[in-house]
Ligand binder design. Structure first.
Ligand code: FAD
Length: 289
């Protein structure tokens, strides 16, 4: 089933994310976690893609097992920055053959040590969106950044690039994580004003480990509100307390989003079934049909 059909049905939808293992010997462990998350009956599950393409087979395999064996709709991520067009086309073919109907089309992060294949590559996600669109009957998602993408000098320019990407054939957007919902509401206002009308799914990260934050902030440029920083300062060295506080903070964000009319929420559950289960339990009466 195409995810866009769910997003437009007026019900509350909670989705979760898993990432594939870097080493093949860890496949069963990751698949075990994915199956436990699938057992919570999320609206769909997304499977990330290693930017270098090295874990691409696992992305296809995990997405396909989630769909076929767990009966949960799967969204397979796909990046293009470090692969040739031919390599990307091959993965699109594998997704199509595996019956995956939903693809999150991404450029991928550009990191210094990255080896670029050649000029024969898709430079921006918008080009990948066009390629996926002409390669099959896929529902296509893409990324967006309420605080602006880290490389973008001006937020307005970033939104114009986003508009172009959506016009290339995007059905829905998922946001980078944020820890202050007002940033999201403000972003929605600005993109709607620029004519971007597709559903936007906020991405919420339950932070369960204080040490995660330094890397997250560096990679995403996310602002940490004082209320959230106080939680990390107070509980960061106490794993059990940090986990409880991080889940509570994420739950609070989700409830506020739903109370403000946002019905589709993606949770960056990071292969942690216990975190996904705690979020679902905290929302049990809210998401009841
Ligand atoms: P783009 O949309 O191509 O934008 C990248 C930058 O280029 C932006 O600054 C944009 O303003 C600019 N730009 C776009 N078009 C043009 C143009 N025509 N001219 C000039 N500038 C332009 N990474 C992974 O490796 N694997 C994953 O599975 C993954 N999943 C993600 C899921 C979500 C929901 C999000 C938000 C991010 C994810 N990422 C993932 C990270 C993502 O790959 C990076 O943030 C990457 O740096 C940008 O990807 P993009 O698809 O947004 O790029």
């Amino acid at each position: 089933m195409k995810i866009i059909e769910k997003l437009n049905d007026g019900k509350v939808h909670i989705s979760f994310e898993v990432f594939p293992p870097k080493k093949s010997e860890d496949f069963d462990k990751v698949m075990g976690a994915a199956k436990k998350i699938a057992g919570l009956h999320p609206s769909y599950m997304s499977v990330t893609y290693g930017a270098g393409g090295g874990t691409s087979k696992n992305t296809v395999k995990i997405a396909s097992q989630i769909k076929e064996e767990c009966n949960v709709e799967a969204l397979a991520h796909l990046t293009c920055a470090s692969s040739t067009k031919e390599e990307v086309r091959k993965v699109i073919g594998q997704l199509r053959d595996a019956g995956i109907e939903n693809v999150l089309a991404l450029r991928g992060d550009i990191v210094e040590e990255m080896a670029f294949p050649s000029e024969d590559r898709f430079h921006y996600a918008s080009e990948l969106v066009e390629e996926v669109k002409k390669s099959g009957d896929f529902c296509i998602g893409a990324a967006c950044y309420p605080e602006g993408h880290v490389e973008a000098e001006h937020k307005e320019e970033d939104i114009l690039h986003l508009k172009h990407k959506v016009d290339c054939g995007v059905d829905f957007l998922t946001t980078q994580m944020f820890f202050d919902n007002n940033i999201h509401y403000n972003f929605l206002y600005r993109i709607r004003e620029k004519g971007i009308t597709v559903p936007v799914i906020p991405g919420i990260m339950p932070v369960t480990n204080g040490n995660q934050m330094a890397r997250i902030v560096q990679m995403s440029g996310t602002i940490l509100p004082a209320r959230f920083r106080a939680i990390i300062d107070t509980f960061g060295e106490n794993p059990a307390a940090m986990r409880q506080a991080g889940i509570a903070y994420a739950t609070d964000q989700i409830i506020d989003l739903i109370a403000n009319g946002i019905k589709n929420i993606h949770v960056y559950s990071m292969n942690k079934p216990e975190v996904a289960a705690a979020i679902i339990s905290n929302l049990s009466d809210i998401i009841k049909e």
